[in-house]
Design a protein around this ligand. Structure first.
Ligand SMILES: [Zn+2]
Length: 234
């Protein structure tokens, strides 16, 4: 399995879950589940990125967290929360190993190591959600876009990320024209290159310097909590 969270579990715990996993591809833009839905499965992304979106009453939505191979999707507030508190949308296509929620809950009940790993991951997710909320309210759009591209780059294989302007606009909760303008600015600094439906990271250290401090803060919380680093491939 290429999910880093699963890989970090003791062998006995992995053996308990692995026979029940089934691999499932997800397409870009696919909704894995909606807010309020019963969570029947836990998704362990092996490739690709899933965004958790908060949906407002007018159906406007903003991304609050991104999860890739370092984590799991479908257990956002602990194993006892049976309904999703946010909408999960695949941001970058990929494949996940899916586990029935009851199998996952049973495994959790019998393993302290798993409960510990889950609580460290959910704590890092909570930190990401909080930091993203503050970032959305306070930081400049160019810094936010750089942060968000780094988050996706960490969870992608290679430097070219399949993304359209409207994907970026949707995630950042701004108009497409604004994304185009800010994208040109970042491209002008030779940090990224854009094509039809993709963005390529050219200068990773430069992009890190252009991002707000939120990227580093989230990365450092994940490190402190012992959550696997998602960017082992880059
Ligand atoms: Zn920020």
């Amino acid at each position: 399995m290429d999910n880093l969270w699963l890989n970090a579990l003791p062998a006995a715990d992995r053996k308990r879950i692995e026979p029940h996993l089934n691999e499932r591809p997800f397409a870009q833009g696919q909704m894995l589940y909606d807010a309020g839905e019963a969570l029947g499965e836990v998704w362990f992304p092996m490739t690709g990125v899933v965004s958790l979106m908060t949906v407002l009453a007018d159906d406007h939505m903003v991304e609050t967290a991104a999860i890739g191979r370092e984590g799991l999707v479908g257990v956002t507030c602990g194993p006892l929360n049976a309904r999703a508190s946010s909408r999960a949308i695949a941001q970058i296509e990929g494949t996940a190993a899916c586990c029935p929620a009851d199998v996952f809950s049973d495994a959790l009940r019998s393993s302290e190591a798993m409960r510990d790993a889950l609580s460290r991951f959910t704590e890092s997710l909570f930190a990401q959600v909080q930091q993203t909320a503050a970032c959305n309210a306070q930081h400049r759009l160019d810094e936010r876009m750089a942060r968000w591209l780094l988050t996706l780059h960490d969870r992608s294989d290679g430097d070219r990320i399949k993304l359209t302007q409207s994907d970026i606009a949707g995630m950042l909760g701004v108009r497409r024209a604004t994304v185009s303008e800010i994208g040109s600015e970042i491209e002008g600094q030779k940090l990224i290159r854009r094509g039809r439906g993709w963005v390529e990271v050219l200068d990773r250290p430069g992009l890190e310097a252009a991002a707000c401090g939120c990227y580093r803060m989230i990365s450092s919380v994940m490190k402190d909590l012992g959550v696997p680093r998602p960017n082992t491939a880059n």
